[in-house]
Every structure is written in C-alpha cells, then in structure tokens.
Design a protein around this ligand. Structure first.
Ligand code: KG4
Ligand code: ZN
Length: 341
C-alpha cells in the first residue's frame, strides 16, 4: 500500500510517503526560527507558514520518492490535537487531495502516532511491528506529557498526564528564566552535559505520588525563586552549566521514576518513549539505565522521529487501514483537543 501523510498540528509542516511499512521519504519544514523571537509558537504565524509550505513539502515528498498522485492509495493526515487553524490547513489540503484522487482519507490522532513511532527503525525507516509487545509508553513534548499502557496494537489506555505544564514546556520556560533563547530544551541539554546535576536540589514533583499524573509548574516556580535570590548566577558559565544539569536531573528523574514504576505495576516488559523531549540525552541515558536495572526492554523513538513528523502519521494510518479502522468522513473537522482515549 502506498500513501501520502501530512502533519501540520503545531510548528512543523511535514509530508511523508509510506509504502508497505517503509518510510520512502519524510520531509519536515520546521518553523522554530520563525517563532524564536516571540519566545513560543504564535498560532497565526504557524498557520500562515503551513499554508506557504504545504504544497512545496508535498511536491518534494512525491518527487523524492518517485511516487505520483496516481500511485497513491490513501491520504493520511493529523486531525488533532493541536493548534486549530494549523490543523485545519493540513486537513483541508489532505481532504482535497483524497477527494480529487477518489481515495480514502485517514484522519489520525497525533498522540497515537507518537505512541507507535518507537517501532519505526532502520534506514530507510520501516515499521517493526513484528517485534511489537505491550508497553508502558511515555509521550513527552512541548505540549504534552502522557503515560500510556499500550495493551496491543491500536489498543491503549491512558494512565496519567500532566495536570499543568508539559515537561518540554518546563524545559523551555526555565530556559527563558535563565536567559536562553526559545526553544530552550535542546540548549539546557547541551549545557547540562558539562554540569554537575547534584549542585542544586530542585523538587521532583509528584515523584512518589500514587497517581501516574505529572506536574511541572511548581518546579518552574521553584527555579524562579531560586534565581531571584541569586541574581547574576546564570552569567557565570560554570554555575550556568550546573544549574542546567540540576534542572534537567529534576525533570528527567521524575519522568523516568514514574514511567518505570508504571511499567512494573502494569506488568509489561517493555517501555517506549517518544515526543520532542525524548531527544534529551539525560532522559535517554537514565531511561536506558533504569530499564536495564529492572529487566525492562526500552524502545526510544529515533531522534529524527521524536519531534513532529508525517512519517509517524503515515505508519499509523497504514496500520489503521490494515485493521479496517478508517476514521474518515467527508466533512472532517479538526479536533484541537482530541484526547488519546
Ligand atoms: O514534539 P515536539 O517537537 O513538539 C511539540 O511540542 O509537540 O517537542 C518540542 C519540545 C520543546 O519543548 C523542546 O524544548 C523539547 O521538545 N526538546 C527538548 C530537547 N529537544 C527538544 N527538551 C529537552 N532536551 C532536548 N534535547
Ligand atoms: Zn507532537
């Protein structure tokens, strides 16, 4: 089966061509630089940029893969959750394409696509569902922190999620307090590599709580008070590195402790992680070490597939088609708050 997938839920415009579980091409036009000067994603600018980028990105995906419109057997697109107008831009293009080609339109939940992205591996990337096993999965990005029990392919149960800020948002907001540009997560990661994570003791929010929910806004506030009492601390390069390492340790240790505890409690043997924050070196290393210690296998999404991309949308859409689960309707509205339920 050959299908074109489109993703435009936030600040990446992406198109991918999938054939029989193989990602033939995955083009991502990122808007990070555009939003950097505003310190966060500006929805109106994101939509304008999607409208500008969608056609060239789709053309490039088809040209690079050597696939023509006539070869497509389905069109897949993110229906939600995400920024309403940004979602609408991708959805309407996908709808028009599917309608004109007389092919099915498969509308996909963005989080569900993240959920299966750790099973896309290799070069060229391909779906490795032969190795699939039930898992506890962490989806951790700028907008979301969700813990999910994936009981079987296409069957999952949400265990918990953040009650306030997402982990990526926490990285970005703390980075801003420190004076680092947006998005701060990757910069904190870079600086943390040369810092001592035990220098400053920040809270590990809800780490011992019974629930699988997360909360990161208190950590951000605690760093703000800390910095208010120590003006100029972040101007010293060594202290800046130690601060980044200490902040990162607080976020990462919380994510890892809660994920592994949920996996052991749910009785699964596998842990997976995806979403932008899964690029974080500290998170990847601590998850690997803790899973090893507890006899759990770990599957992390490839770094290039951690952040938003159409390949994961297409791979999930193909599995949905194969399972006869086509979520399509002729007047598909986007679902900005579509829960992963
Ligand atoms: O999944 P994503 O591309 O977009 C959504 O939010 O949906 O994730 C972006 C988030 C940002 O908050 C960014 O700071 C964070 O992922 N991020 C990182 C790293 N790379 C990206 N956070 C910590 N360390 C990183 N290396
Ligand atoms: Zn995402």
């Amino acid at each position: 089966m050959t299908l074109l997938a489109i993703e435009s839920s936030c600040d990446e415009t992406s198109a991918a061509v999938i054939r029989d579980g193989v990602v033939l091409v995955n083009i991502v036009a990122t808007q990070t630089k555009l939003h950097a000067e505003y310190g966060g994603v500006v929805p109106e600018l994101a939509t304008r940029e999607h409208l500008r980028n969608l056609t060239p990105v789709i053309r490039e995906a088809l040209a690079t893969s050597g696939v023509g419109f006539k070869d497509l057997e389905a069109v897949a697109v993110t229906r939600g959750p995400g920024l309403p107008a940004a979602l609408m831009a991708g959805l309407k293009v996908a709808e028009a394409l599917a309608y004109s080609l007389r092919k099915p339109l498969v509308t996909v939940n963005h989080h569900e696509a993240h959920l299966y992205s750790p099973w896309i591996t290799g070069e060229p990337p391909r779906a490795d569902f032969g190795a699939f096993e039930p898992s506890v999965s962490l989806i951790v990005s700028g907008g979301h922190t969700i813990l999910v029990h994936v009981e079987a392919e296409l069957r999952h149960r949400v265990l918990g999620s953040t009650i306030d800020d997402a982990a990526g948002e926490c990285f970005d907001k703390i980075a801003k307090l420190i004076g680092l540009p947006y998005p701060g997560g990757p910069l904190v990661d870079k600086l943390a590599k040369e810092g001592n994570p035990r220098t400053y003791d920040f809270p590990r929010p809800m780490i011992r709580d019974e629930t699988d929910d997360f909360s990161f806004s208190g950590l951000k506030t605690s760093v703000r008070y800390f910095l208010e009492k120590r003006p100029g601390l972040a101007d010293d390069p060594k202290q800046l590195r130690d601060l980044c390492a200490s902040v990162q340790a607080a976020i990462v240790e919380t994510l890892v402790a809660k994920t592994v505890r949920a996996a052991l409690r749910e009785g699964v043997r596998c842990v997976t992680a995806s979403g932008g924050v899964t690029c974080n070196t500290g998170l990847r290393e601590l998850l690997a070490a803790t899973c090893r210690k507890n006899g759990l296998t770990l599957r992390l999404a490839e770094r290039s597939l951690c952040t938003d991309n159409a390949a994961m949308i297409g791979i999930l859409a193909e599995r949905m088609l194969m399972a006869g689960r086509i979520e399509t309707d002729p007047d598909a509205e986007c679902k900005p708050s579509w829960p992963l339920g």
